[in-house]
Design a binder for this molecule. Structure first.
Ligand SMILES: C[S@@+](CC[C@H](N)C(=O)[O-])C[C@H]1O[C@@H](n2cnc3c(N)ncnc32)[C@H](O)[C@@H]1O
Length: 276
């Protein structure tokens, strides 16, 4: 079954996503594309990834926004006519047909939802067409609350169990996704570049902090045995009080991954990537 995401959640996270991303990797992805490229954004939701890439100066692209959720696609606004909304279930084996006639593939906040088998098929499909790939904002497992709490480790352990739930693609990779993606693409001859793209949620970001506390607590409670539920509830109460007092901060680790196809294809004939 497809995991659903509320548009309000995608809008709330968008500024954190955009602030976190590696501009160097995004820029390099855009520079290896042809002058007026057709770019496929997988699991595009309401278009946040394309909005970010357009803000990096790619105004001449034709965007194909693909997602299973028609309501999210309908809400996508790129302020350009050069956008196609494509309702597409990426869990179906035929989805790679969408790669025909595109010059590059991107996705954001998606790789951690899929399984190892799905990523292997993805790598095979993009490599067959030698497409440049930019996969942004995959969680990498780092979660740092400030101040620390004695039950952080318990909540995180339970949260990770929930993260591995099948989201429609088989057992979800969660924090293993960035490394798996990089390994699969390297095995196909790609040159892979990874950068950190961490969410930094400050003490004034009360709405986002509240969302994160509720999200961690709900997922942890679902995965908890009966006796751990009180500990999770206590953790949530303490974290809410700290957030209300402006005393809580949070960093969530993510990785951006740029993969350039093997030499011989246009995308590989560009200068080396500088450090961000
Ligand atoms: C965390 S959201 C990210 C959305 C967007 N890329 C962004 O950065 O805001 C994950 C997206 O995956 C999409 N998704 C989940 N399962 C899917 C499937 N089987 N086929 C296509 N899209 C799917 C959801 O509809 C949602 O838009």
């Amino acid at each position: 079954m497809t995991e659903t995401f509320a548009e309000t959640w995608l809008r709330l996270r968008e500024p954190y996503d955009h602030a976190a991303r590696s501009a160097a990797l995004a820029h390099r992805f855009l520079t290896v594309l042809p002058a007026a490229p057709r770019v496929l954004d997988l699991a595009a939701g309401a278009g946040s990834n394309a909005r970010y890439l357009m803000s990096m100066g790619q105004g001449r692209a034709d965007w194909v926004l693909a997602d299973a959720d028609r309501a999210l696609l309908a809400a996508a606004d790129l302020r350009t006519a050069r956008m196609e909304r494509r309702a597409l279930d990426l869990a179906r084996p035929a989805w790679p047909r969408t790669l025909a006639r595109v010059d590059g593939v991107t996705a954001a906040a998606f790789a951690d939802l899929v399984s190892a088998a799905w990523l292997a098929r993805f790598a095979r499909a993009v490599a067959r067409r030698r497409l440049p790939v930019l996969v942004a904002l995959s969680v990498d497992g780092r979660v740092a609350w400030t101040p620390q709490d004695p039950d952080d480790a318990l909540v995180l352990r339970l949260f990770r169990r929930d993260q591995a739930r099948d989201k429609g693609f088989g057992p979800a990779l969660g924090a293993a996704a960035p490394w798996r993606l990089a390994a699969d693409l390297r095995a196909r001859g790609y040159q892979v570049h990874m950068r950190r793209s961490d969410w930094r949620i400050g003490s004034k970001d009360r709405v986002m902090l509240g969302r994160m506390i509720d999200g961690f607590a709900a997922a942890a409670a679902d995965a908890a045995l009966f006796e751990s539920r009180d500990a999770v509830a206590g953790w949530s109460d303490r974290r809410r009080a700290q957030a209300a007092a402006g005393q809580l901060r949070l960093v969530i680790g993510h990785r951006d991954c740029l993969a350039l196809p093997p030499s011989g294809s246009p995308a590989s004939r560009s200068p080396p990537l500088n450090s961000p």
